[in-house]
Design a binder for this molecule. Sequence first.
Ligand code: NOJ
Length: 572
Amino acid sequence: MSAAHTGRAWWRDALIYQVYVRSFADSTGNGVGDLDGIRHHLDYIAALGVDGIWLNPCYPSPQRDHGYDVSDYFSIDPEYGTLEVFDALVAGAHERSLRVLMDIVPNHCSDQHPWFRAALAAPPGSAERDRFWFRDGRPDAAGGDGPPNNWLAGFGGSAWTRASEAGAPADDPQWYLGTFSPYQPDFNHTNPDVAAMFAEVLEFWFDRGVDGFRVDAIQPVGKHPDLPDQVVDPPDLDPLQIPWTNEFTIFRPEGHDVWRAWRHTIDRYAQRHGRELMMVAEAYLVRQPELMAEFTEPDQFHQAFAFDVMLSPWDQQSVRRSVDDPLLAYSLSGSPPAWTLNNHDTQRIVTRLGRPEATDPNTWTDLNLKLSSDPGDDARGTRRARASIVFTAALPGALYLYQGEELGLPEVLDIPLEQRQDPVVERTGGETLGRDGCRVPMPWHDAASANFGFSPDGSRNPSWLPQPDDWGDYAVSIEVADPESTLQLYRAMATARRALRTEPHDIDWIDVGNAGLGFRRGRYTVILNLSSVELDVGTVVDDEAEAMLWSGTHAPAPTSIPADSAVWFRHR
Ligand code: NOJ
């Protein structure tokens, strides 16, 4: 029986390190990260104690949305390397027992993808146009030619663009759908060419040794065939949330057909080649455990990200729910959650949890792309971020880290508007801060090195996003030598976590009062103190228990958990 059937498949409790290719390490000196840069730092990644890496998209792309606008699914962007460099990276990762996950973007491609160019050149009703969502316009309020429906785009504005604005003849009567932006046209997954192409894409990368895929933006992939008007949302919703409320394109039943077909392709390939392959869904299924379970049934995704803790206020009931919901989904579908506290779309946790509103259960559940009036307190945020990873790492399931999280990097809030590159900024007329602040290139060395060691010695090009002057304080070379650094905490966490693999895959909550949360998992007791005063846990942790991992800089006293911190105890 294969590991997959015994419930011990590698991905079920894996620790995965997300590499944002553009910002990890620049090997050429042009100020942009690349695949060779990652290859040269594989020992660093392996020393973190992770089981694998997830690479953000590195396919050829005009980079309007930094790779989430793919123009060729079968190659590597020349800015990042070549297929040969990619192969060498996969080989280097495998030599170090690191799995490799690619990022695949099914909902849309780039407006420069050859299929979309062909669709623009072809007439309405053509086979080329059927691979996308082209429709005739309808009269707008003023009697002019308006978009086919009222759907709004994820990055701002209408989800529809006139074909003529993208290069079709001036008298072309049609519009096309882009759920995120005009330069990301949505695929029509009911078209057999589209289904066949993605099956080929999966196999192409499996042939090159890839172990799985992070599947981008699964929510809008299925659509109501008639594309009815969406119910108009309250005007004060975050722009990124608006499309998620559109019942005609978000988490549609039609999506399940796509994922079943993908799972079939993956399982068939895995069986033929004796490999253990997987796909993990990027889906904002927060507070929707039943829905999460529907997408992680054994014939669909192997797992789905649980973004619940990442989006949770620092508040007892909210954090408790953000654990309970994904575990409920797990009990329904058998698929353990993929916990995560950070990614390339979200304000970094140090900044998020340091904000004054972080403890307010009512106002703080969005992706935090707007600047709060008070930028908060990074020291407080750092304590909470460290507590959060220690607490979350003990939960059953997989855990995904985002590069720089292990250094305790804060969000960079003051990137000048003109240097911001996230399309969200442009599409919302600068109203939204965007996601650049969590994508600032990694600091590897101190200030004397080119771009803090992000670029090779001697190179003079600035990094593609500016790094703050104090970035060197967080450099790997500094943290590696400091036993109290966040980097050392992450390494200790990875080691401690391995010991948990043999413990049961469920938890029992224990009562530690109103200021904290506690659970038992097998021989372990894990306690999180969410308050700003010490928490006495003498009644739930006996003298014999040994502290195995703690988020503070010093070992805790046996019966008391410091403010804003978390501890694992192991009982004899
Ligand atoms: C989710 C990705 O993580 C994000 O970076 C991207 O902009 C959207 N999907 C659109 O592909």
